[in-house]
Design a protein around this ligand. Structure first.
Ligand code: 5GP
Length: 211
């Protein structure tokens, strides 16, 4: 499940809620060239690397996807995706629209979820309220948000984050619905089991002279 949306829209909080609710869901850890914020933990929120190291990783083909987001380089290391695909472990990725579109192209089973703000004013208010970025950085993030909004029709789901409880419920509902999809739900094995049980029941009934 790939979650995108403008900076400040509350993606992190919603993902945290959904991971708490589904302990078997894992969150992919991206590499990132910006310095950590005070509350961020290395290896949990991101792997913080220098731009030089990031470029070495690009050259060594270590990323499944990477993008320049607001002037910083962010990328999904290949092992993060391999763990999801080989192990059948449901994984949530928080990446920008460029990363989301690359992932969908490479892995059509990926589910893209866009988190939208209830209004432009709300988004701006949240970005300024965070108090961790300068005016220039905030302006740059708002400009990127405009581009991101234009990619919204490429997403499978859109959740408007007006109320975190409600939006969190909706994100959990997307995960639940996607897990119930026929092609993901081992349906062939289930149908075969039900048919075998039906045949056995019919044979029993015939033996007992009930049919
Ligand atoms: P921030 O610097 O606020 O943590 O992240 C800024 C943006 O970078 C977020 O909107 C997030 O979606 C995006 N981002 C984080 N990790 C990745 C990644 O691995 N790949 C891509 N393409 N974008 C990412």
């Amino acid at each position: 499940m790939v979650v995108s949306g403008p900076s400040g829209v509350g993606k992190g909080t919603l993902i945290e809620r959904v991971c708490r609710r589904f302990p078997d869901l894992r969150k992919s850890v991206s590499a990132n060239t910006r310095p950590p914020r005070p509350d961020e933990v290395e290896g949990v929120d991101y792997c913080f690397v220098t731009k030089e190291k990031f470029r070495e990783m690009i050259a060594a083909d270590e990323f499944y996807e990477w993008a320049d987001v607001h002037g910083e380089l962010k990328g999904t290391p290949k092992p993060e995706i391999r763990k999801a695909l080989d192990g059948g472990i449901d994984t949530v990725l928080e990446v920008d629209y460029q990363g989301a579109l690359t992932i969908k192209e490479k892995e059509p089973a990926a589910v893209l979820v866009f988190i939208a703000p209830p209004s432009w004013q709300a988004l701006e208010g949240r970005l300024r309220g965070r108090d961790t970025e300068s005016d220039d950085v905030i302006q740059c993030r708002l400009e990127t948000a405009l581009t991101e909004l234009q990619s919204i029709e490429k997403y499978d789901y859109v959740i408007v984050n007006e109320d975190a409880d409600r939006a969190g419920e909706q994100l959990a509902a997307v995960l639940t619905a996607e897990r119930c999809r026929r092609e993901r739900n081992a349906s062939r094995a289930l149908v075969e089991r039900l048919l075998a049980q039906a045949r056995a029941a019919t044979e029993r009934a015939q033996r007992n002279g009930n049919i």
